[in-house]
Write a protein that binds this ligand. Sequence first.
Ligand SMILES: CC(C)(COP(=O)(O)OP(=O)(O)OC[C@H]1O[C@@H](n2cnc3c(N)ncnc32)[C@H](O)[C@@H]1OP(=O)(O)O)[C@@H](O)C(=O)NCCC(=O)NCCS
Length: 136
Amino acid sequence: MTQDETQRLALRVVAMPRDTNQYGTIFGGVILSYIDQAGFVEARRYGCHRWVTAAINKVEFQAPVNVGDVICFYTSTNRTGRTSVTVQIDVVAERYMTGESVDVTSADMTLVAVGPDGKPIPFDTPPTVIEPGVVI
Ligand SMILES: CC(C)(COP(=O)(O)OP(=O)(O)OC[C@H]1O[C@@H](n2cnc3c(N)ncnc32)[C@H](O)[C@@H]1OP(=O)(O)O)[C@@H](O)C(=O)NCCC(=O)NCCS
């Protein structure tokens, strides 16, 4: 995968021993957790709200991530709705030893802006989160 100008680097992390199995490759669930965070980083651009994950589409892993690799999460927006945005997350591993970039996986994820009652709200409304953890 080649990055283009619509993609933003949302996260860049090192694969640590605690994230890997006994073979030294990362657990898929760890990547999913970072995908969730990267999706939020992209959704946050559309409003200062509480964003919840409605769906993550099928995620297929094309290559392993090894301990020490730098994992990059690139995001772009595929669709904006009334209360939701659909984000694409492309995951690339930079190999520790060589610096080579390897495509790991990509996912589509839909996040929904919700109010204090947990119900969807239009995201183009004034901020409903006034500081981290405080929803008005
Ligand atoms: C996501 C959630 C807020 C949707 O609530 P809802 O009352 O079913 O929402 P609605 O049917 O009114 O749809 C609201 C928006 O979400 C979108 N949406 C809802 N479910 C969706 C799904 N499964 N996939 C994609 N989009 C979805 C709708 O298309 C709509 O988008 P739009 O307003 O931009 O057109 C609700 O299901 C929820 O709280 N789920 C749990 C979220 C959560 O805790 N996630 C973390 C998992 S551990």
